[in-house]
Write a protein that binds this ligand. Structure first.
Ligand code: SF4
Length: 511
């Protein structure tokens, strides 16, 4: 309280515009919310003085938010701030459709009341009190929501299979073991709006018919863990987690399990083994987790973002959701846009948006005005897509056709200075060190691939080495046990396909 003003300092989540951080939002009653960017401790006094006079420090203003988001509601409209550009006039924001991230950066993730104030938990309460589990599953099926962890399996169908699986005791598990280099979408979703995940998970538990929910989260995300713990405790205090929730007879508890840093534990069967306290190694499928998962019980496993989509689908309806994105690829996808791009940040766009829109319009092209050469989508197991194919729509099928994949949503941008052979080597090195070693093609094949790439990078490669890289990659893809090995050669195969001249240049340099 100062000079008759009450000023509250509240921590919010991340608005996604990493390039402009640290960011401060100012809300003055009766005026639009104003976003300040690139602030530092030294700006604190000027900010407070400006606010005390009912204004904002001009030199730090990024934009104002007259309409909080276009999805659910509007906030305060005010006058006197006409000269400030609007949130929707900034290309970084205007080309995005924020569904999952609609409140990220605006609400306090550690306060359940703020989540409830923006409509939070309405979908869950309405589901458990007035809908049958089958009806909930039907709505999710009608929305055509596909799993956001990378495989794109229909989420409603997976829930139905788990619900119908034999066995009284079942589990629902959230895979929050996000380990791709350059990917931090799930981290942002959990840190900025943890109750959204909790709500989606509770709805899923009700739908499949279980009272045991679990979030498997990587230990390297301490803030997300802390916020999820707080969120679960708050939800329990409000009677939304625990026995006989809101007197409906439905009970559900949520536990957190932390991973120990193994990338392969993002694979479903390795994740299940890790939860059971065993070494996190994949096993052959079938049986699938939906039949025989954790401790032999039917288990539904979905990614963080899949669960985050569920409350808004129930609130707004399947038809509304299908109106976003493309046929067979409905809704939005959150991407972390990183690497040699001007606007590094967290980006949410309808599925089917082209790579060009993401990289050139939202990302504003190459960092420092350099030309963009390629992007890597899908993490270490994805592929490199050249700039000439940037009209590719970003959806599950088109990325596969280009030799890459959706993965969980990392987009790494490479510019004219990037050596694509070195990029392939980086990702193979990553996959080699994360291979669990259970099967020969992945364990030995990746090691050998790395040796060849090192040789090529040292200028000692031959044309025969390039042929060997191709045939080794094909073998590893075809014979590895799990997704890690099956997809690990993608960076090599796509760089050989699209940037073969860079390999050949290194070979000729050495001869
Ligand atoms: Fe392990 Fe690689 Fe085989 Fe998967 S493919 S089981 S990570 S050795």
């Amino acid at each position: 309280s100062s000079g008759g003003y009450n000023i509250a300092l509240v921590r919010v989540g991340c608005i996604g515009f990493c390039k402009e951080e640290p960011i401060v939002n100012i809300t003055i009653p009766g005026k639009p919310l104003v976003i300040l960017h690139q602030v530092s401790e030294n700006d604190a006094e000027a900010i407070v003085n400006a606010v005390l006079k009912g204004g904002v420090p001009d030199e730090k203003v990024l934009c104002k938010v007259s309409s909080w988001d276009h999805i659910t509601r509007t906030i305060i409209y005010g006058t006197g701030f006409e000269q400030i550009p609007d949130y929707h006039d900034i290309p970084f924001f205007s080309r995005q459709t924020k569904v999952i991230l609609r409140d990220a950066g605006f609400i306090n993730p550690e306060d359940i009341d703020e989540y409830i104030a923006v409509g939070g938990y309405q979908a869950f309460v309405s589901a458990v009190s007035s809908r049958t589990p089958e009806e909930v599953i039907d709505i999710v099926k009608q929305s055509d929501l596909r799993g956001r962890g990378g495989a794109g399996f229909p989420a409603g169908l997976k829930w139905e299979i788990t619900r119908e699986a034999k066995g009284h005791l079942k589990y629902i598990v959230c895979n929050a073991d996000e380990g791709d280099p350059g990917a931090y979408m799930n981290r942002n979703e959990m840190e900025s709006d943890p109750h959204m995940l909790i709500e989606g998970l509770l709805i899923g538990a009700y739908a499949i018919g279980t009272s045991d929910a679990l979030i498997y989260i990587r230990a390297e995300y301490p803030l997300a863990i802390e916020r999820l713990r707080k969120a679960i405790d708050q939800a329990r205090e409000y009677g939304l987690v625990g026995e006989n929730i809101l007197g409906t007879g439905f009970s559900c508890d949520i536990q957190l399990a932390t991973g120990a840093g193994a990338f392969v534990c993002g694979e479903s069967t390795a994740l299940a083994a890790s939860i059971e306290g065993k070494t996190g190694r994949p096993r052959p499928r079938p049986p699938r987790l939906t039949d025989k998962g954790i401790w032999g019980r039917p288990t539904d496993l979905n990614n963080v973002e899949t669960f985050c989509n569920v409350p808004v689908i129930l609130t707004r309806g399947a038809e509304w959701y299908r109106g976003i994105g493309a046929k067979g690829n409905t809704g939005t996808k959150v991407f972390s846009l990183v690497g040699k791009v001007e606007n590094v940040g967290m980006v949410e766009v309808p599925l089917g948006t082209t790579l060009d829109t993401i990289v050139s319009e939202i990302g504003n092209g190459g960092a420092g005005g350099k030309s963009v050469k390629a992007v890597q989508t899908g993490g270490p197991s994805g592929g490199c897509i050249p700039a000439r194919l940037f009209d590719t729509p970003v959806d599950f099928e088109h990325l596969n056709e280009a030799g890459s994949m959706m993965g969980s949503g990392g987009i790494v941008v490479m510019d004219e200075d990037t050596n694509m052979v070195d990029i392939a080597r980086y990702f193979i090195n990553f996959a080699t060190s994360e291979s669990c070693g259970k099967c020969v093609p992945c364990r030995e094949g990746l090691k050998h691939t790395l040796l060849i790439l090192n040789k090529v990078m040292a200028g000692k490669g031959t044309a025969a080495d390039l042929e060997m890289l191709e045939s080794l990659s094909d073998t590893i893809q075809a014979t590895s046990l799990c997704g890690l090995g099956q997809t690990a050669p993608n960076p090599v195969l796509t760089t050989l396909k699209y940037f073969r001249e860079e390999y050949e240049a290194l070979i000729s340099e050495g001869t």
